[in-house]
Unconditional design. Structure first.
Length: 577
């Protein structure tokens, strides 16, 4: 039994958020919701006598009895929701006045079954279906409160004040402080380009906009915070946007959170949200100005440790060997100094640039064709593991750059490449088993052929590819019951849902690169879960039960109903299983 005590006007007696993991696994049987009419509830005939001539605020018992949320489902049998219209605990069961606003609000997308249910005596409605789907209702009963008169819809009526006092409204607030009144011909895209904001932010932040391409004139809009923008072209992908804007693909999704993790809705969402996206944080970035005339102790001119001079160079007379920085970009940053006569070209009293920014020199160098960076990986995770990329390599060469390694690998038909030590290139068509992603700080060496490029580290390979997704080598551990998740161990957001883009390769890439996990599982055709270990007691089942096709790849199977196929990217886990 569910009940309330006293004046609890805002109460929701039950919020149902459960979704079945298998048919019939989530349900409610033989349950009674009761508001008032019993001893101990402070809602008896003594407290709430009938027809007093006014609404007693001490007898407003609840706002809503049962709410089935959009993501929920369930089987409900013999469930009775009753707002008391008489007192159970008096001999004559005297009538009384108890007020509950709403009965059952159903937003469930199903599958949901209501069999033998009843809602009685709520003021506004007994059952309300709002955006619901796949709901079956049979043998239902409703009753309106006895104090509500019959409908007089065929004669004039006089509106009366609500029995529930209205909530105080918050004053309108616009974060940017910039408002705009729409004019004929305005669209989300035109305003976004005009005001340097995201078109999606205009639409999402202004509920009065019903159609981004057909705005009503005279509507006052709150403009979002400004950012640098890019207008999506018809064939753009996240990789092409990253190439044209110079930002990482992960940053595109962070700056525009409506873009799915697999980036598959980049084009389809423009129908509603428009085509103008942010390429910098809305409102700007925090800029700590270190280029002052005064010395800042936090940014010392001294190096942390000595580095050897570049190979093949001659150390100047009396120059210290305890030097932490050489200047390979000095001539590029100072065109008045030539490579053949550097010393002669230096003019006493002139100031020269010894630390150019990456941006200024990148503009003068040949751009790298579109590619995706997937992270920093250990060259050998341990003595028994294979290399990260194994099909081809060229080591200790000059000049080396991302472009040079990319060209070397693509000419040989391999679309995944990695660079180590600033001078060595490795190729493959996938990331090999036992590869171990490590902190980006380990990839800290510049390419010897283009010092604006980071090219791995001493024992670390910087991995790139020419696709949005990194193919990863993996092995199946079998089909497992998902009533208790078979894998665990990532922190937050370890399950990704993709109704039309999920595949085994996509799940493997997400879990390996983004979640840094050794296990991944696919279930119900569209769900991918990442984990770092098997759950103790996980139970296997027949592979025939993992028979649901993946939503994004013809021929792939992505688990089944209530079961998941579990994979690993580590050989030791295959042996252990």
């Amino acid at each position: 039994m569910m009940t309330v005590k006293g004046a609890t006007a805002g109460a929701i007696m039950m919020e149902w958020n459960v979704h079945e993991s298998g048919q019939g696994s989530a349900g409610l049987w033989d349950t009674h919701f009761r508001a008032g009419g019993a001893a101990g509830t402070d809602l008896t005939v003594k407290d709430c006598p009938k027809l007093s001539g006014k609404v007693n605020p001490n007898c407003v018992a609840a706002s809503l009895m049962l709410h089935l949320t959009p993501d929920s489902s369930g089987y409900f049998e013999n469930v009775w929701m009753w707002t008391a219209d008489h007192d159970f605990d008096t001999a004559d069961q005297t009538q009384l006045d108890i007020y509950v606003g709403r009965g059952m609000l159903i937003e469930s997308k199903g599958p949901t079954w209501l069999w033998g249910t009843s809602v009685e005596h709520c003021v506004l409605y007994q059952y309300q279906l709002s955006g619901a789907q796949n709901v079956v209702m049979g043998l239902i009963q409703t009753e309106t409160p006895y104090f509500q008169p019959p409908s007089l819809s065929n004669v004039p009526t006089t509106p009366k004040d609500s029995p529930f006092p209205p909530e105080p409204s918050e004053p309108a607030f616009c974060l940017s402080g910039v408002t705009y009144t729409t004019k004929a011909g305005d669209t989300c895209d035109s305003l976004a380009l005009k005001c340097s904001v995201s078109s999606a932010a205009i639409f999402i932040g202004n509920p009065d906009i019903l159609n981004c391409t057909d705005m009503v004139e005279g509507v006052s809009l709150c403009m979002p915070l400004q950012c640098k923008t890019y207008k999506l072209q018809e064939k753009d992908t996240c990789m092409s946007v990253a190439y044209f804007t110079g930002i990482q693909q992960d940053d595109i999704r962070l700056l525009n959170p409506w873009i799915h993790e697999l980036c598959g809705n980049l084009q389809s969402a423009t129908i509603v949200l428009g085509r103008v996206i942010c390429t910098t944080p809305p409102g700007g970035e925090y800029d700590h100005n270190v280029n002052t005339t005064n010395s800042d102790p936090a940014y010392s001119e001294y190096a942390d440790k000595a580095v050897p001079p570049p190979t093949g160079t001659t150390l100047a007379t009396n120059a210290t060997k305890d030097c932490g920085r050489c200047l390979p970009l000095f001539i590029q940053a100072n065109p008045s100094v030539s490579e053949g006569s550097c010393t002669k070209d230096l003019v006493p009293g002139r100031t020269y640039c010894v630390g150019p920014t990456e941006e200024v020199l990148t503009q003068k160098l040949k751009p790298v064709p579109p590619h995706t960076r997937f992270g920093c990986f250990a060259r050998e995770a341990d003595t028994t593991n294979r290399s990260v990329l194994t099909l081809a390599d060229v080591q200790h060469v000059k000049p080396m750059s991302i472009l040079a390694c990319q060209s070397y690998c693509l000419l040989r038909g391999w679309n995944v490449w990695g660079i180590q030590n600033g001078d060595s290139c490795f190729c493959d068509n996938q990331l090999r088993m036992d590869s171990q992603i490590i902190d980006d700080s380990k990839c800290n060496m510049r390419c010897n052929g283009n010092t604006t490029n980071v090219c791995g580290g001493k024992d670390a390979i910087e991995v790139f590819g020419d696709q949005d997704m990194l193919r990863v080598q993996y092995a199946s551990l079998g089909c497992y019951s998902w009533s208790k998740q078979a894998i665990r161990g990532t922190t937050g957001g370890d399950t990704i849902e993709s109704p039309d883009e999920m595949s085994v390769d996509a799940c493997a890439s997400l879990c390996t690169v983004t979640k840094k996990s050794d296990f991944f599982a696919l279930w119900e055709g569209k769900l991918c879960t990442c984990g770092r270990e098997m759950t103790p007691g996980a139970k296997t089942t027949s592979m025939e039960e993992c028979n649901v096709a993946c939503s994004g790849q013809l021929g792939d199977m992505c688990g089944g109903k209530g079961v998941a196929e579990v994979f690993t990217t580590k050989t030791k886990n295959v042996v252990a299983s």
